[in-house]
Write a protein that binds this ligand. Structure first.
Ligand SMILES: Cc1cc2nc3c(=O)[nH]c(=O)nc-3n(C[C@H](O)[C@H](O)[C@H](O)COP(=O)(O)OP(=O)(O)OC[C@H]3O[C@@H](n4cnc5c(N)ncnc54)[C@H](O)[C@@H]3O)c2cc1C
Length: 429
């Protein structure tokens, strides 16, 4: 392994790190490169095929039971402590930033259902999902819509009474859910950006419960084989191709009432964790850890190359400016790890240990923004160290650079996340 922890980490943590790193190196990274090299015109067909590298990795992930790791014990998972979840995400993202996102969104249907402790949901969905060892179930998270990307972050929540009048509510939400007896009927379309949607079996879906009241959000789980659901093809894109994105459209899709797990009226301690702010605390800590893994991968590639490439009669790592750059990259990776780990420990403690559901929104957003920027800066410097060869297919660094660029947009652009963080600062600091 290329780096040593300065924090004291336990034997269990070391073991997990070594195991996941091996998995990332031997299984995830080769598959991710294979997907990245698919010609763009063939990619949408190829990546979703049942024998594609994507499915190969996902099946292995579930067979090894890693998907249970981050799920708290009270929800039926393994309840890894936050630091171990951080280690898991960083190592996976070292192998592939895209797969770290795919494994993250995979958890969403469980996050939407397990906290209800509903017996029927537990037996029919939560338990089978957690016990799955063949990738029979695969989740995704449907938030953004063709007309609402950033708007969703800036304007959506699950509270009926708006206790934050200064926060402008601008999101009517195009995907609606209407009650019909014991069922809900869903209509509308989510954007082409739903990670893993083209390969998922279930979506944790944000819906608009009442257009007249504007952004009154609800959340439900929808099986994607329900009549009326259409899955779009993966979009051909520039980076993070190893996590395919596609549209989800719903036409009079009926779900049982119990699948609507997040209604404003239902806000109580267990589902309260699902306020949009708290969901974004979880995703922010995940994204920050994932960005750290990606930054480290780019740094390690550059360090290795700088020892091999000879210019001016010696390895470029012996030239002062390259040395300085390498050290600055190292500092960035270390600070990203320290910060993202601290945030994940905070979020996990508040949500899954103390059940306060009051993780600090601004701190979580700060970590996400900071670590995404670090990943991009480090990947940019790393590419520069490779010179011209860096932009050829022969080296991994150009993929890492493209993946890092994508990170500045997914899960909210860094600008809009900063606006959200500033709003929290101004209101509550
Ligand atoms: C790789 C990837 C994976 C994704 N995965 C998912 C997923 O799993 N589920 C999901 O629901 N969505 C997903 N998304 C969507 C993602 O959350 C959105 O792309 C993102 O929130 C930005 O929305 P947009 O692309 O519509 O850009 P827009 O909202 O159209 O923004 C365009 C530009 O305007 C700026 N802007 C917008 N509004 C404001 C404002 N009020 N003030 C200042 N500047 C503003 C933005 O910063 C941006 O630079 C993913 C996106 C990507 C790229």
């Amino acid at each position: 392994m290329g780096y040593a922890e300065i924090e004291e980490i336990s034997e269990d943590e070391t073991l997990l790190k070594e195991e996941v790193h091996r998995f990332a190196e031997e299984v995830i990274r080769p598959a991710s490169i294979e997907i990245d090299r698919m010609p763009l015109n063939e990619y949408p067909e190829k990546v979703v095929k049942k024998d594609s590298p994507y499915w190969r990795v996902l099946k292995e992930w579930k067979k090894l039971g890693y998907h249970r790791g981050p799920v708290p014990e009270m929800f039926g998972g393994e309840g890894l402590p936050a630091r171990m979840v951080h280690i898991l995400v960083e190592e996976v993202a070292w192998g592939s930033s895209g797969f770290s996102i795919a494994f993250g969104v995979d958890l969403f249907p469980i996050l939407f259902t397990a906290p209800t402790f509903d017996e029927y949901l537990n037996e029919t969905f939560v338990k089978p999902w957690l016990e799955d060892d063949r990738a029979k179930y695969h989740g995704c998270w449907g938030v953004t819509e063709p007309e609402h990307g950033s708007d969703w972050l800036l304007g959506c929540d699950f509270v009926l009474e708006d206790d934050r009048p200064e926060r402008e509510r601008i999101t009517p939400g195009q995907v609606t859910a209407k009650k019909d007896g014991d069922e809900w009927i869903i209509n509308g379309a989510k954007s082409s950006w739903i990670s893993s949607a083209p390969v998922a079996t279930h979506v944790a879906l944000h819906v608009n419960l009442d257009l007249a009241k504007r952004s009154v959000g609800g959340g439900c789980v929808v099986p994607l084989d329900s009549p009326g659901v259409t899955k779009g093809k993966p979009i051909a894109k520039y980076g993070q191709k190893d996590c395919p994105q596609g549209e989800l459209a719903f036409e009079d899709v009926r779900i049982p009432g119990v699948y609507m797990t997040l209604e404003p009226e239902a806000l109580h301690p267990s589902t309260g964790l699902m306020s949009m702010d708290q969901i974004l605390c979880v995703t922010s800590s995940w994204m920050a850890a994932s960005s750290t893994g990606l930054a480290r991968a780019a740094f390690e590639e550059a360090l290795k190359y700088s020892k091999e490439r000879i210019q001016g009669g010696r390895p470029i790592c012996e030239h002062q400016l390259v040395r300085k750059k390498l050290f600055e990259m190292f500092v960035k990776v270390e600070t990203a790890r320290a910060y993202s780990r601290r945030i994940m420990e905070h979020v996990w403690r508040e949500l899954f240990e103390k059940f306060t559901f009051k993780a600090s929104y601004r701190h979580a957003l700060a970590a996400q923004v900071y670590c995404k920027r670090i990943a991009y800066e480090v990947a940019d410097d790393a590419l520069q160290i490779f010179g011209g060869y860096g932009i050829t297919d022969d080296f991994l660094i150009q993929k890492l650079y493209r993946d890092a660029r994508v990170k500045l947009i997914e899960d909210g652009t860094v600008e809009v996340l900063s606006l959200e963080g500033a709003g929290d600062l101004i209101r509550n600091y």
